[in-house]
Design a protein around this ligand. Structure first.
Ligand code: AR6
Length: 172
């Protein structure tokens, strides 16, 4: 069966999947946005686990358990800060999706949800981020289709519309 790709509007911390992805920062020690929400819902053991990881480089990904979350694992990745597009931001954002999926595959994860990495505090333009996310995931699946379901979890209705348009008929 090919992987089901879906979009939804939700708080990612409520999703009972094998893994949810966190849009973290280089310290992996928590922050605002989706990172703050994930730490709050997972409980203090998540921070303790993250302290053992020695941070994470931009574009890379690290895994912890989900602790009090309904998701079994959290994959922490660090998106680029948008600086106008001349600092390799698109390639770094693509690396977040690619490395998260590689890590997920290595841990037998079959259902996973991504937030819209870098498009909040890090200021990445949403259209370009959504296009990069979708293209990177589709390309990764050509090599390694081990997933049942990959979700793009949008927080706002506006974001969902953009992702749905990008995924829409005739565009893929
Ligand atoms: N569920 C799903 N998506 C969410 C949630 C949620 N509960 N909360 C926010 N979003 P951001 P970034 C969306 O700022 O741009 C943190 O402080 C949000 O609407 O969370 O990668 C980290 O520690 C947006 O669409 O992440 C870093 O310092 C998307 O998640 C920095 O922010 C990403 O917004 C990372 O910035």
């Amino acid at each position: 069966m090919p992987t089901e790709i879906r979009t939804l509007q939700a708080d990612i911390t409520t999703l009972a999947l094998d893994a949810i992805v966190n849009a973290a920062n280089n310290s992996l020690l928590g922050g605002g946005g989706v990172d703050g929400a994930i730490h709050k819902a997972a409980g203090p053991r998540l921070l303790e686990a993250c302290k053992q990881l020695d941070g994470c480089k931009t574009g890379e990904a690290k895994l912890t358990e989900g602790f009090d979350l309904p998701a079994r694992y959290v994959i922490h990745t660090v998106g680029p800060v948008w600086e106008g597009g001349k600092n390799n931001e698109v390639a770094l954002l693509a690396a977040c999706y690619r490395n998260s999926l590689q890590l997920a595959a290595r841990h037998g994860i079959r259902t996973i949800a991504f937030p819209s990495i870098s498009t909040g505090a890090y200021g990445f333009p949403l259209d370009l981020a959504a296009d990069t996310a979708l293209q990177t995931v589709f390309t990764a699946l050509e090599d390694n289709d081990v997933f049942d379901e990959i979700s793009f979890c949008c927080y706002s209705a506006e974001d969902l519309e953009v992702y749905q348009y990008m995924l829409g008929p005739g565009r893929r």
